[in-house]
Design a protein around this ligand. Structure first.
Ligand code: AMP
Length: 598
């Protein structure tokens, strides 16, 4: 399959914002793709070269790409950089240079005796070369990466060069999300009504849409139904909804629920396969090397030979015998000096779920069964314990447990459904888990995880830096980010310098199509970074697009007096606070205010 076909499809996807059109274009793509290429076509179209958990970072910085372009088109780096400053997108820069040089070189090329088709790139060749670039390591690897990229450019058409560039910079940004691919796969290969659900389940279990897509294309839906959990391959994680009042939570969960401490650390999914322990983060990255202490402890503590369990890794103060905050744990996360950091910042793991044990899939079993089995296979020791849990049936028991959780240094509590239907909802945020944090009960204030989508330059002391950021909530139904506030306080100057540097690398020349905004930002960012912020309360707003028209015509919902709390590097933008959560919080606040008045 020629890469030119893929580039043409990307051009079409780039030109639309409509999900239905995207699905049609993807179906056209699958029509044109041979079976042996389905998997890599899916990865490439998602802007990747493999599944998320494979940790295949192409690892090319802007500066290296500028060098490669300069070499490939025979211009100086200064000229390339100047055009980049104008266009704001290196993909367009290389496209423009190539378009010029292709025309000039056309005659010489044709008299060379080779036809264009013989020389042109295949999808597999591009994918293999990108893998090669990703795997180059060590001394001299930067130069090798650049030269390999120059080799690709030499064979690429202007349009191909544009998309290759965006891919190596992890900036393909076609707006094609996993659920859109699933929908297109279902329509292309299946007639069964439940196809989308079956594919989605297989995706949740394997976290690899390329793998599932290939099985579907080659063997059909029945084979996808048979896809089993594999120890060592992460399962997409279940997430929690939120509700502000204790009463509402109890009611939603049928009057009785399991309450657990909500530990403030890093989620971990641990896979044990004999002697081997692999740890995955919330974003499905392999974090095994960062926590050798956790691995050793889990190896001894899990008595089953194969198992997948989940818990929270939390920083621990052995002198005070107390939990420490999230920031302390994050300061331990680094690639070097791991053994030194291990001594400096000891951790504990609080296990709260079991997904698989010795051949048995526990995903569809009710939570109490999962917890009982977890208790059975875990030998508690110094580092590994089970999450504190109590079954509560009324508001006063709830409040008492909540108090204990806060006193113990937790963020709040997790209320969990314990009815027969309380399965592990892989990859979903549902009401089977409901989080309840401290601030809700004190006032209308709460913390949220929002995504940075734009920025405004600062004045005075903040000149030259970003002074205010445009923040957005995620709307999973529309797969877009909707603005909720302008964030300008709570940062130290140090934070601000860090933020400016990191965000500038993510800027896009225009507003990304995944962003809905009525405001014109000075700079736009592709939705990538998640920040936790705290707000005083919520109000309707004519300038923000979050929950537009949901409460009042032409009005959205905004967070008032937002303050930056911390970076959430452990969260992907899709894990940000959702529009629906904002609507629910707004409605709840309105009710509470009414009650107060009465
Ligand atoms: P949030 O990140 O605010 O959506 O809250 C959900 C997160 O709370 C999960 O991803 C876990 O990392 C964390 N957590 C802490 N304690 C628990 C618990 N007992 N059960 C489930 N999740 C927990």
């Amino acid at each position: 399959m020629r890469y030119a076909i893929l580039a043409e499809i990307y051009r079409k996807l780039d030109a639309t914002q409509k999900r239905l059109e995207m699905i049609d274009i993807l179906i056209e793509l699958f029509d044109k793709t041979e079976l042996e290429n389905i998997r890599i076509v899916i990865y490439l179209t998602s802007g990747k070269i493999g599944a998320d958990f494979e940790d295949l970072d192409i690892g090319i910085a802007e500066k290296m790409v500028i060098k490669a372009i300069a070499k490939a088109v025979g211009k100086s780096e200064e000229i390339v950089t100047a055009l980049f400053a104008k266009k704001g997108d290196l993909g367009e820069v290389v496209e423009a240079f190539k378009a010029k040089s292709t025309q000039q070189g056309l005659e010489a090329f044709l008299t060379d005796g080779k036809t264009a088709a013989e020389e042109s790139l295949t999808v597999r060749e591009v994918w293999e070369t990108l893998n090669k670039i990703a795997n180059l390591e060590g001394k001299g690897s930067a130069a090798k990466k650049i030269n390999t990229l120059v080799g690709l450019y030499a064979k690429a058409t202007p349009l191909e060069a544009k998309y290759i560039t965006r891919t190596v910079l992890s900036q393909l940004r076609l707006g094609v999300r996993d659920l859109t691919i699933i929908e297109a796969l279902a329509r292309k290969y299946c007639t069964e009504k439940d196809a989308r659900k079956v594919i989605e389940h297989a995706y949740n279990v394997t976290s690899d849409i390329g793998f599932v897509g290939e099985i579907l294309a080659r063997k059909g839906l029945e084979a996808v139904r048979q896809i089993k959990i594999q120890v060592g391959r992460p399962i997409r994680m279940m997430a929690a909804q939120r509700l502000p009042s204790t009463e509402e939570i109890l009611e939603k969960l049928g009057g009785k629920c399991a309450l657990e401490f909500k530990y403030d650390g890093e989620r971990v999914q641990a896979h044990k396969n004999g002697d081997k322990i692999t740890l995955f983060s919330r974003n499905l990255n392999d974090i095994s090397t960062m926590y050798p202490d956790v691995r050793d402890a889990l190896k001894a503590s899990i008595t089953a030979s194969k198992a997948i369990v989940e818990g929270e890794i939390v920083a621990w103060d052995p002198q005070a015998e107390r939990l420490r905050p999230f920031q302390i744990l994050m300061s331990r996360k680094r690639k070097y000096d791991i053994s030194e950091m291990k001594e400096k910042i000891p951790v504990k793991v609080f296990l709260f779920d079991l997904l698989f044990v010795d051949g048995d899939n526990y995903l569809l079993k009710a939570y109490p069964q999962r917890r009982t089995k977890l208790e059975e296979i875990i030998k508690e020791e110094e580092i590994i314990t089970l999450a504190s849990q109590e079954i509560v049936t009324n508001a006063s028991e709830f409040e008492a447990f909540f108090e204990t959780a806060i006193e113990s240094g937790c963020e709040g509590v997790m209320a969990k459904d314990i009815r027969e239907t309380a399965i592990y909802q892989a990859g979903n945020r549902g009401f089977l888990w409901i989080k309840h944090k401290f601030d809700y009960s004190s006032a209308f204030a709460d913390s949220y995880d929002f995504v940075v989508v734009g920025g405004f330059y600062g004045k005075g002391r903040r000149k030259g830096m970003l002074g205010t950021l445009l923040m957005a909530a995620y709307n999973p139904e529309k797969e877009i980010f909707e603005t909720v506030c302008k964030l300008g306080s709570g940062f130290s100057d140090e934070d601000l310098a860090k933020i400016t540097k990191e965000l500038m690398a993510l800027r896009t020349p225009e507003k990304p199509k995944e962003v809905a905004s009525k405001l014109e930002a000075d700079v736009w960012f592709y939705p990538t970074k998640v920040f936790e912020i705290r707000g005083a309360d919520l109000s309707t707003s004519p300038v923000h697009t979050c929950a537009l028209n949901e409460i009042k015509e032409d009005m959205g919902i905004a967070i008032r007096f937002p303050r930056f709390i911390r970076f959430r590097e452990d969260k992907k933008p899709e894990f940000a606070t959702t529009t629906k959560e904002i609507i629910d919080a707004y409605k709840e606040q309105r009710l509470l205010k009414k009650e107060k008045k009465n």
